[in-house]
Design a protein around this ligand. Sequence first.
Ligand code: DMJ
Length: 848
Amino acid sequence: MASRSTRRAFARDVRAGGPPRGRARAVLAAVLALVRVASCASPGDDLALGARPDVLASASPCVNGRNATGGACVPGASSPPLASSPPDALEWLLARVDPSAVRADWRAGLGFDAPVPPASPDATVALATATDDATFAATPARERRAAVAASARHAWRGYREHAWAKDELAPASRRGIEWLDVGLTIVDALDTLLVMGLDDEADEARDWIAGRGANGVAGDGGENRGLVFSADKNANVFESTIRILGGLCAAHELGGDTKEGDLLAKALDLAEKLAPAFKTRTGIPIMDVNFRTGDPHQPKWTQKSSLAEAGTLVLEWEALEASLRRAENLTTDALSADDPDDDAGEDDGRGPVVEIEYGFCPEGGGLKEYAVDRGAADPATPAARSAPSARSTLAALEGRRYARDIADGARRAFAAVTNAVWHPSNDGLVPSAVKVEDASFDRASALTLGARGDSYYEYLLKHWLHAGKPEGEEAAYLKAMDGVLMYLMRRSPGGHPARDENDEGETSAAEENREENREDASGDAFGDASGDASATAAAAARRRRRWYDGDPGASSSKGPRGSKGPRGFSLATESPPRARRPGGVSPRGLLYVAERKGGVTGEVVHKMDHLVCFLPGVLALGYASGLGATWGGGDAARARRAREALERLGFSRDATHLDVARDLARTCVQMYALSPTRLAPEIAHFPDANLASGRVGREKVHALGDDLLVKAKDAHNVLRPETAESLYVLWRVTGEEEWRDAGWEMWRAWENHARVATGGYAGLRSVLDASEGRVDKMESFWLGETLKYLYLLFSDDPALLPPECFVFNTEAHPLPVVASDGVPDTEACVERVVRRNVEKIARAHGLL
Ligand code: DMJ
């Protein structure tokens, strides 16, 4: 019988997809032994393949009189094959991960790894506070996951106890905060609770949303009314979409809905409320809608919509559309005969134009067309002949009509901003403010990957992935990333003799970089990539020699470890590159994404919002999806300018998107590691001619080492997720432990500074000095995003929300990739991932 540790090692290999690393013979023997006994693990054990004990109990063979959970059984039908028959052994192995047997809610992609029970509060506090560094760093992934789940439970309990049904918790003052009046934290957190296996908490959330009572949670005055969109609140269309629509659709698809489909019905309620915002001539949506009146309007403070807000809606609306279509398919097969492109509203010469909606009819038969009731519908149309009320197999949708192409408004909005050519040579960069009336961009607004711009760039990639990678539609993303590289990326001076005593050239190299930044501040010495290339080339070459050549971890044109190249998600196979100590700045300086005012040749502002830290994750995700092995998107002139930009930044000319992602992620990690609290500020600044440490005008600027500056007014931390998100993606794509270790340190810092004993987590007013007090708010994205990404960072299960089957929206809600027929095929997708991984392992172990 294989020992428990052998089984664990194999299970780990299966989950990580790795080959046997030079111990083939021994492992092969162990595997064959394992195949004989895989189902004999004792209760609570880390089972081979990570399958849940309760599943194996019903599906597993009987070996030596014991089943998978150790229960007595009679040997019989499904004995494992003999070791001498590898192909049979593989089949046996695959049968053990039969998707239908692993979890009832398989389509969620919740795979092999049983959720880890959260650690106790005491153990969590002890781990964060009392453990010495070495022990803390050595905490295994499973325990880290349990600790993060414990944080989620602590956050949830604080919210439930002090702020139930309010939007957010003010943990220090133990009260609720109202914003949209929709119980926002409940909706944002639900899929996190599902992923973590916090089933009781998830039940509380789901029941409240569905209006089925708060599952024993005390409340008064309408607290158990459920999720309704009727308050006299001006709801921001973007925030409502990413947090609520995204949250509801994800929870529905993860198997967290009621059997009646209440969550999907609530998502439809919200969509109907928000729909008027899209009825604009240009397609750019109006920013706010009043939930009570349905009145769409711009907020008082601006008449312009933001790029991020207009460009970050399409995933969620298409997810809703896909979920509704999936429900239709459950109702009838007849729908598949319908032509989704058959627009009944179009005049095809056969009759009057009639505006059509879709709904379910009571006599069955699936989806029917209905004329929109404008008082003048043609009674002769099939739609008008249909019964007025409707029915669905999802009871909560019974009687509902909705536009079948419900995502059209969001699609128009996305097209309006992505197709805009506001300047002939913008290289994919778009100003962050846009007018609703004529879709013109405000040239004076910033080019930024931070506030007001960020998730537009994120959705350029993610919409392509979510739509199943339509050919050619990745071009906008690739162009924008070229623009970011050429016009916005910079490197801080770096070069600290004290940190790298062998590097003699550092001081003067840093001087050169400062010189460059001085030129930026006075105009555009750097920005016009075609114009000043030669002027900076020599300096860049010198910098490269001094800062770069001697740094083996600096750049690699190779793909992720063990990968065959940029196509498809690779799985880690080799040992990670040299780990970097948190707190150490590479002598090359810190890579960052600056902002520009007034276009690509405008003034450079040497600041980077924490929000920008989503970008390493996006670059890594794109790379793993087959994009970004080179720059330029197939355009030779752009590729040349991109290569020059890479050189200026200290990369090799053939550095990939992944190389840049790694480097930028390290800057984000340093924003945490260099601060005294180990928490990142909201905005980091980088040394330039206009900003140095000390007092600048009336502003106080603090230095974190030589490369990072923090203004007192930007020093807060509000529990943001972007760095955790990027660490998770980088871990998943590369398998490098560096990212996990950084995330683990971040978890500790939040535990030590943000945890409130009476429940919940509060941000810090200043990461420079915790004694300045708390930001008394637990943002809903703490549970919705930050803790979810940290939890996933410590999972080894490749079938847990695999990136090729799910795309995380900008609020970390996993939305199934939509297949060509407009409906997700998540079960099949996850099964493909599992099968490929198991086969890869089996092959590596000589079973195939
Ligand atoms: C979240 O609501 C989303 O991640 C959004 O894209 C940006 N802001 C917050 C988190 O920082």
